[in-house]
Design a binder for this molecule. Structure first.
Ligand code: ZN
Length: 136
């Protein structure tokens, strides 16, 4: 997985933008497919583990399989994941937790988001930097 540094810019109308640096991991189609298959296998294993448990298996098995399918579809759509970092809101300066989790379907364009504190609409822009030194 090529991991690069990236500059995050958080902007909104009528306030100076705030910046932070983090890492960005871009997933190739092959990596996305592999992550989706792993999610499906984990779901199948969880469903199989529930077979001998009475009553629970009536709900647990379909739930495990459905959850695995939903997670697999999400993994197929994720193009890039940002390292977890806090960026101050341009308006209220409350730290916004960005990155981690599943990732983003695309980081090429502006990503709309909402401030956790003041609920203003913010725009996240990701500018990938050069390849990290340890990857060269
Ligand atoms: Zn705010």
């Amino acid at each position: 997985m090529p991991e690069r540094s990236a500059t995050l810019t958080l902007s909104t109308d009528g306030a100076a933008s705030t910046h932070a640096t983090t890492t960005v991991t871009v997933f190739s189609p092959r990596q996305r497919t592999r992550r989706a298959i792993v999610a499906l296998l984990i779901g199948a294993a969880a469903a199989a583990a529930l077979i001998p448990i009475p009553i629970i298996h009536l709900v647990g098995i379909p739930l495990a399989l459905l959850t695995a399918i939903v997670i697999a579809v999400k993994q197929l759509r994720v193009a890039a994941r940002l390292g977890r970092v806090g960026v101050a809101c341009p308006k209220c300066a409350a730290p916004q937790a960005i990155g981690g989790g599943f990732g983003f379907p695309s980081i090429d364009g502006p990503i709309p988001m909402t401030c956790d504190s003041c609920r203003r609409l913010l725009t996240l822009t990701v500018e990938p930097g050069p390849t990290a030194p340890h990857e060269q």
